[in-house]
Design a protein around this ligand. Sequence first.
Ligand code: FE
Length: 336
Amino acid sequence: MLRFANLIGLSVLAAAPALAQEVNLYSARHYDSDLRIYENFTAETGIRVNVIEGSDQQLLQRLQTEGNNSPADLFITVDGGRLHQAVEAGVFQPIDSAILEARVPDAFQHPDNLWFGLSSRARVIFTRSDEERPDWLDDYEDLADPRLEGEICIRSSSNIYNVSMMAEMIDVMGAEAAQDWAQGVANNLARPPQGGDRDQLRALAAGECSVAVSNTYYWGALAASENPEDAAVAAAVTFFYPNQGNRGAHVNISGAGVTAHAPNRDNAIKFLEYLVSDEAQQIFADSNNEFPIVPGVEIHGPVAPFTEFLSSGVNVSVYGLNASQATDIFDRVGFP
Ligand code: FE
């Protein structure tokens, strides 16, 4: 795998056609198992995969700075809100692929095909394993119930996962009701938000709250951990999918788009098509305890028994479109 220094040379090579078949990837995901996917793709197609890893913001900024000189063919990142930021920055081009259209559900692809989802995760409600869940606690709406006063652990509203969840609430409830909901949840916080999703699960296990909100894969990571303390946290908490009696749970994605100036556009599309194959889907999802984007692909690990649930079907692009309104509402109600 080539790193930064080599890739600079590649942008020169790319100008001379057909020297070598390759595809250049900017990825905000970093899992060792992704390497296996790249190797399998190269073995199948002869196309070499060059990867630059970085944070989402670093890579997006770099894409913008490089403009039409960018060697990048594909940008992979996490959360519909971040994919939307990349769309707004103009770094993607629309792509036409019958395979991607057929394999990726509509809710998980950009309406103009500027990006496609590759794996998914749900943002769900956790309770303690040793406590019975109240029979009225079923939906996200119930998090605003005054009976949960002082009982909820959730990370800060500035985090993109909460912004995207709020964006969906605006879509399904309307802005006014969504604001009332945010106010209700803010009133119910057990403590000022601190830490990430894992920390909410730790606090729940420790008895600091009776309800927590987290993405499913963080629980999967704790459950799969070789650290006995993490495994104990995973055992001490349990989750349920909200809104199963109505619209379904809030789901977000990891996804990728072909960059606007991709020097190896055809290879980039081939690579995306490979990523939605059964083989790649399984490795891609398992690496982060996520769910495959393609229905019916089998996965392993702690979240494998929990793949059957109703998801809301709201197009993920809505999360980005409603993001600034979501942030405004959080600010207005004083959600920390
Ligand atoms: Fe995360």
